[in-house]
Write a protein that binds this ligand. Sequence first.
Ligand SMILES: [Zn+2]
Length: 85
Amino acid sequence: MDIEVRVAGRGIVQGDTSKVDASVKASCSLCGCDADVVSSMTSNDGAVTMYACLSCLRVRLDAMSVARYRMRDGGTGLPAGKVAG
Ligand SMILES: [Zn+2]
C-alpha cells in the first residue's frame, strides 16, 4: 500500500500520484496537532489508517534507537525481566 503524505494547504501525494488541494489539512492522529505535513500509517489489510507528523515520527525513531541500544548484547541496559524502581 502506498504511503500517503498530506501537505497542509497544498495537497496529497500517494505513491506516484499527486493531487493539488488547498483544503487539505495535515492533522496528526497521534498528538492531535495540525502539522504542516503528515504521513499515513495504514495496516496491511487497509482497515486502519492513521497519520503521523514529523515530530511524532522522530520521537518514535529515537525511542527505537535508544531501546535497541539499551537492549544490545552485553550492554548496560536493564537485564531482561527486571523492572526499574
Ligand atoms: Zn504528531
